[in-house]
Design a binder for this molecule. Sequence first.
Ligand code: PLP
Length: 456
Amino acid sequence: METPIYTFLQEYAEKNPLRMHMPGHKGRAPVPELEGAYTYDLTEISGADSLFEAEGIIAESERNASRLFGTVQTVYSCGGSTLCIQAMLHLMKQEGRRVVAARTVHRAFLNACVLLGLEVSWVYPSEEKGILSGAYTPEDFERVLETLEGQPACVYVTSPDYLGHMADIRGIAEVSHRYDAPLLVDNAHGAHLAFLEKSLHPMALGADLCCDSAHKMLPCLTGCAYLHTAREEYAGRLKDAMGVFGSTSPSYLMLLSLDLCNRFLAEEARERLRYAVDAAKRLRQVFSGKLIFGAEGGDPLHLSIDTAAMGCDGRQIAMQLEKLGCYAEYAGRESVVLLLSAMETEESMRRLEECLTACDFTPDGTETGEPPAFPRPEAVMGLREAALSESEIRPAAKALGQICAGVKVPCPPAVPVVISGERIDESVLSVMEYYGINTAQVVKESVPKRPLFCKK
Ligand SMILES: Cc1ncc(COP(=O)(O)O)c(C=O)c1O
């Protein structure tokens, strides 16, 4: 597969050019080991194309990506899935659609709704696994779509979720389309799904718009992402939507890494993914009972350890793993998430098996097994109004009855317990306590403002 961005950057470097342009480092690295990276870090000089007005090497590389993913259009993001989510929702805002969203969302979605002034109708999971994961049926979405009585809408789903659980995209797409609602999927954790033996990628299952964080599951630099569409009417509008939010100085190192990733996807990914999927399957068998999800109906490369079910605290397990030199993607009270990718080797799999074998999963007596149910707090103020209002941080115990302002959740996993505009009730507080969240950002109760200047 051609790699037009890589070829251009190589040819430019070979000219030993007089770099009378940005970036100010002029291709010289502060430490020798970064020499190559700085040489290839460029800006929109003649021939280098321009991300949001792509017509040259970037457009050509994006067309390659589109062919690989089987989409009508795929464009690159150097602002992660966050930028793609903003762009998808911007398109929905332009069409005056209300968002019907599965509640297990990343904070990037909420921030985009605040920016765009979008209101959300929430779909709660019919089955849940703490706040990180939930199972949604197509009927769960249909019930909410019905209540909108023909108001233009779109449906927004996160799949895979943080624990690797995958939604029934085909079923949800069918329901969405019956209500003339485009289906938007946050597939931040699932770029590799298109290259499994049988594609499980949302674009193959009926999504209309979808984002993948290429950096999460593919060999790409941090921040690289794809925005895909299956609809002609959105092709041609993706760039403008991204340009509203994205920096006008996208990193050429990221674009280079997306370009080279095309070659990897065309030539190596399938075989390497087959190896990783088999290795994950084998580990699940060896540690049967400990590793959840990823087998039936889940992402095969998420090895999520259900520590709560074993009576252990996931954070303690992760600490043990760290002492053995193994760093998890996420560790919380009830689970540890280990992520595999197409870059696994026999060596990495052997080390992982050794670490898991050495880990002590004896119950530590602190866990009861089941995380609390997903709270369903009442919305008493608009999302945007609450998020942009004056706020204060209160200890959790003093937040009862207050309205949530900003959603401050650590990333990972960045899935909020309570959302801006919702009243913090007992059920929210008990979930916050369970997850060790000690403070809440709440809307400040109105205090009469003192005038800055007083007339004498
Ligand atoms: C489900 C989900 N969506 C979106 C994002 C944002 O992606 P990015 O970091 O690529 O901007 C994340 C990041 O962790 C995520 O987990």
